[in-house]
Design a binder for this molecule. Structure first.
Ligand code: LMR
Length: 329
């Protein structure tokens, strides 16, 4: 608690001059944890271009990628304190800050495609989830995709037997941790920025992510095998604090919201191609062995992890899961 207070004090001190700048309507500061050359990095860069073009740079967007300013553990706190104006965390990172219902998106084998995901994010369930963020005076400005996750380690991970005893790095989602336990592995929660190093030093044996994140972090140098399991979805939400948002003139809010909507649609359009490009690059460099599960292996994988759905229903209430299943085609 003492450490938290110290962090809070230093974040608040850092926030003060920045609030002044934001209030002048000049700069929107946006922090995220992945590389620029990823679906998320590109979507947010498009947002910057659109806002700056449309306001002739009256509003600037300053992007801090790769967790350079704030990482998984402190970006939400920084947002609460006004040290940063917008963040775009993965939907898997909302649980620990009081929104476990976002872990719906982490349920393995829930979605068959991003088109399926759209039935949730663009419908009433997605809106209800974003509305819930107001419990902490946060504002969810929109969802966007990365894609489907795959497993990596130093051997193929195609069915539960292959996971026995492995330490697998996970995001801060209880659903993902339970998924790893259901496969026989030990989940270790680590910030994204520490993952490559943890793999390199053997602190963890493997991890999961879409290929674009794997490739742009250079995980192929520290993992010998990538298994194309497509077992779960990874997406994001752009979040601002209400204080920042309401501090913008109404016309600017509309402009920013429109630019963001277009940028997130652009991100969704390029996400698949970006992941495919990263996979093609991995094939070309030959840096990692790439495996695809057989239909039978996929069935065994799925059977092992499905109990995780009931565990989440117990935590957040069955009606959430019913609403999701109803919305899916
Ligand atoms: C992670 O594994 O932490 C990532 O999914 C990061 C991200 O935002 O894509």
């Amino acid at each position: 608690r003492r450490q938290w207070l110290q962090t809070a004090v230093s974040l608040a001190a850092a926030a003060m001059p920045l609030r002044g700048r934001a209030a002048a309507g000049t700069t929107i500061r946006l922090s995220h944890v992945v590389a620029q050359d990823t679906p998320k990095g590109m979507a947010l860069e498009r947002f910057r271009t659109l806002v700056e073009e449309r306001t002739a740079q009256r509003i600037r967007v300053q992007i801090f990628p790769q967790g350079r300013l704030y990482g998984d553990q402190d970006e939400m706190q920084a947002l609460q304190l006004g040290a940063i104006d917008m963040v775009a965390p993965s939907l898997s990172k909302f649980g620990p800050i009081g929104f476990p219902e976002f872990e719906l998106f982490d349920l393995p084998f829930l979605f068959n495609s991003v088109t399926d995901v759209r039935h949730i994010t663009q419908g009433p369930v997605g809106q209800r989830l974003l509305n819930g963020l107001s419990r902490q005076r946060l504002l969810g400005l929109g969802y966007f995709d990365n894609g489907f996750k795959h497993m990596s380690a130093n051997h193929a991970l195609l069915e539960p037997a292959h996971f026995a005893g492995l330490r697998m790095r996970v995001q801060s989602s209880r659903v993902i941790a339970q998924q790893m336990r259901a496969l026989g592995a030990w989940p270790i929660t680590l910030p994204f920025s520490e993952t490559r190093r943890a793999l390199e030093t053997g602190v963890v044996d493997g991890t999961e992510n879409p290929v674009s994140n794997f490739y742009t972090q250079g995980m192929q140098a520290v993992q010998s095998d990538l298994s194309l399991t497509e077992h779960g979805y990874l997406g994001y939400a752009v979040v601002a604090h209400q204080r920042f948002w309401l501090g913008l003139p109404a016309a600017d809010r509309t402009l920013v919201q429109d630019a963001l909507r277009e940028a997130l649609a652009f991100g969704n359009d390029i996400a698949d191609a970006h992941n495919d490009k990263a996979l093609a690059a991995l094939h070309v460099t030959g840096a990692v062995r790439i495996h695809t599960p057989t239909a039978a292996q996929r069935l065994r994988f799925k059977a092992a992890v499905m109990p995780v759905h009931a565990d989440l229903a117990r935590r957040i209430g069955q009606p959430w899961l019913d609403a999701v299943r109803e919305a899916l085609p």
